[in-house]
Ligand binder design. Structure first.
Ligand SMILES: CC(C)(COP(=O)(O)OP(=O)(O)OC[C@H]1O[C@@H](n2cnc3c(N)ncnc32)[C@H](O)[C@@H]1OP(=O)(O)O)[C@@H](O)C(=O)NCCC(=O)NCCS
Length: 176
């Protein structure tokens, strides 16, 4: 596990043996749009209807803005074949809690990528931002995500209402 970030740099590149994570950029637009239009990927995300190309560009712009404002944010995940998902810490408004998010393209599922990549984010947040834990909203039907959370030492701490859908609130300690 390696991080190229320094206290002076808000732009980390995180690496494991198979994966590289770096902040989202405008060039990820097409990959993100394709992923957002895959119903298998979005089934348990509760992020609303698939975005238009224009709306996706707005989202990417906001994600880049979040990095500039907060020094953390959403990252692209790449394997040897290129873009394979998005993961990171999402927090747009000051009155919302930062949330851990992990979403892979279908081609990246079932390879242990989530359990490999999420610890990079947790460790980086602890080292660079002093974060002791991150929260995630997980649909209780989302067996894969629940399994990832449990494998990484997460624990369930109740439920949260997201636009009328009750999701499980999971706590991910950044130190294991
Ligand atoms: C959730 C997600 C990130 C998991 O990624 P992944 O890289 O496939 O997960 P891993 O390969 O690291 O697997 C971790 C564990 O979950 C299990 N798992 C993976 N997919 C599963 C599935 N569909 N059903 C049941 N268990 C599953 C694995 O078997 C593994 O457990 P094990 O080591 O005991 O065998 C991926 O399925 C995904 O992107 N889904 C769509 C987006 C999403 O729902 N994100 C989470 C939002 S909270």
């Amino acid at each position: 596990m390696r991080s190229d970030s320094s206290a002076a740099s808000p732009v980390p590149v995180l690496r494991s043996s198979r994966l590289m994570l770096r902040p989202l950029c405008v060039a990820d637009h097409a990959s993100l749009l394709a992923m957002a239009n895959d119903v298998d990927v979005t089934r348990y995300l509760h992020e609303g209807p698939p975005p238009s190309a224009e709306e996706m560009l707005n989202r990417v712009t906001r994600a880049i803005g979040q990095w500039e404002r907060r020094g953390y944010g959403m990252m692209a995940v790449e394997d040897v074949s290129g873009f394979v998902g998005r993961m990171g810490v999402f927090q747009l408004a000051d009155d919302t809690e930062p949330l851990l998010v992990y979403v892979l393209c279908r081609s990246g599922w079932g390879k242990g990528y989530a359990t490999e990549a999420v610890p990079l984010i947790l460790e980086w947040m602890r080292t660079m931002h002093g974060t002791e834990q991150l929260l995630a909203h997980i649909d209780p039907r989302n067996t894969a995500s629940t399994r990832v959370a449990a494998k990484l030492g997460g624990f369930r701490r109740g439920t949260v209402d997201r636009a009328g859908t009750m999701l499980d609130l999971w706590v991910f300690p950044t130190k294991r």
